[in-house]
Design a protein around this ligand. Sequence first.
Ligand SMILES: O=C(O)CCC(=O)C(=O)O
Length: 220
Amino acid sequence: MDVAKIDCERVKWRKITAEGLNLDYTILLPKVCADQVLRQLEETLEYFTGDLAKVKVFGRWHPIPRQQVAHGEPGISYKFSGTTVPALPWTELLSEIRDKLNELTGHRFDFVLINRYRNGNDHMGEHRDDESELDSSAPIASLSLGQRRTFVLKHKDARKPGPDKRNVPPVKLELEHGSLLMMNPPTNKIWYHSLPKKKSAIGVRINMTFRKYNANVLKK
Ligand SMILES: O=C(O)CCC(=O)C(=O)O
């Protein structure tokens, strides 16, 4: 079964809400399809190396604690922790997945950031995807393959030090093989998210976040 054959009408969503948080979760790819997509991604993707695979933390450069690559429309580049990475051209498989997500959501995603976690030591720290160049009215579509990992969301006020801190409980989700998590506005303005280390997770996981940039970022 390939991605193009998935029937969008049959997708059953689970809604997850809290103050300023608006998520939709589903298992989009049946296991056979998810296995096939994971295998093809493993065969075709090449991850950034060298300076493109480093981040600046408190003034010092470190290798990112995972592998990363970006694909998308010409002219888009992704900025994080002192590094700017250019979007490589879409591959056939990534275009096929993007087109299915466009059909499913009614949005036109033009960029995907791909993170590969080699095992439970690889992780991603707390951050928000709130770059000014992103279209803030569009959701971010996060497709996960491989090892199940815990995704943690924290309200911005729960991270504040001192008396401004508010006791808003975190939201934790197990992101399954083949799952799709839609992070709808205003989630990314108000909630930070992370993928913490998980010592018991031994398998590879690939996560793809499809995003929409503002029109003026795209090359004419
Ligand atoms: O791997 C994940 O599920 C998280 C990815 C993420 O936080 C991001 O791409 O901004």
